[in-house]
Ligand binder design. Structure first.
Ligand code: GDP
Ligand code: MG
Length: 160
């Protein structure tokens, strides 16, 4: 069986997914990674990481003026996070669907936040909101040598 080129490079997106400290503390790491893995996306980077305050502030800088910003920075730096890069066609929007609405009480059952969380301030996981932000956030959270480009053998069985 000959693997073929399944997706043109322009279609392939990158997204930054992060399991927040509550997800790590609650033992949800394996379950959350499984959602993306079983869907058929490709892991390009993975690490457990204690986020410094400056990086949290940079990552969430668009929310700087919000009243909850200091609490958000405390939350994200309160313990280790799991940083991930995921790749695939449509991965940015699809990951956001798998994650569910920002407020877990509004998130659909079957989504990560819908099934596993209650409050916006403890919503377990982050996902980039656009392909441009996906690339930007992966570059922000990973060094180049922490990322892997690799061929997944399952690809011809996922993409026609
Ligand atoms: P997301 O893209 O769904 O994660 O949502 P946003 O980009 O709007 O917000 C980023 C993160 O800030 C959310 O995931 C929450 O962790 C946090 N956040 C957003 N709104 C609130 C809020 O009203 N209260 C608190 N405590 N945290 C919030
Ligand atoms: Mg966001």
């Amino acid at each position: 069986f000959l693997p073929h080129l399944v997706a043109s490079m322009e279609e392939v997106e990158q997204t930054y997914i992060m399991i927040k400290p509550d997800g790590v503390q609650r033992g949800l790491v394996g379950e959350i990674i499984s959602k993306f893995e079983r869907k058929g996306f490709k892991l390009t980077g993975l690490k457990l990481f204690q986020c410094p305050k400056e990086l949290a502030e940079e990552h969430y800088k668009d929310l700087q003026s919000k009243p909850f910003f200091p609490k958000l920075i405390d939350y994200i730096t309160s313990g280790p996070v799991v940083c991930m890069g995921w790749e695939g066609v449509g991965v940015v929007a699809s990951a956001r669907k798998l994650i569910g609405a920002t407020n877990p009480l509004n998130a659909e059952p079957g989504t990560i936040r819908g099934d596993l969380a209650v409050q916006t301030g403890r919503n377990v996981v982050h996902g980039s909101d656009s392909p441009d932000n996906g690339k930007h956030e992966i570059a922000l959270w990973f060094k180049e040598d922490e990322l892997c480009a690799w061929a997944a053998v399952q690809e011809p069985w996922l993409m026609e």
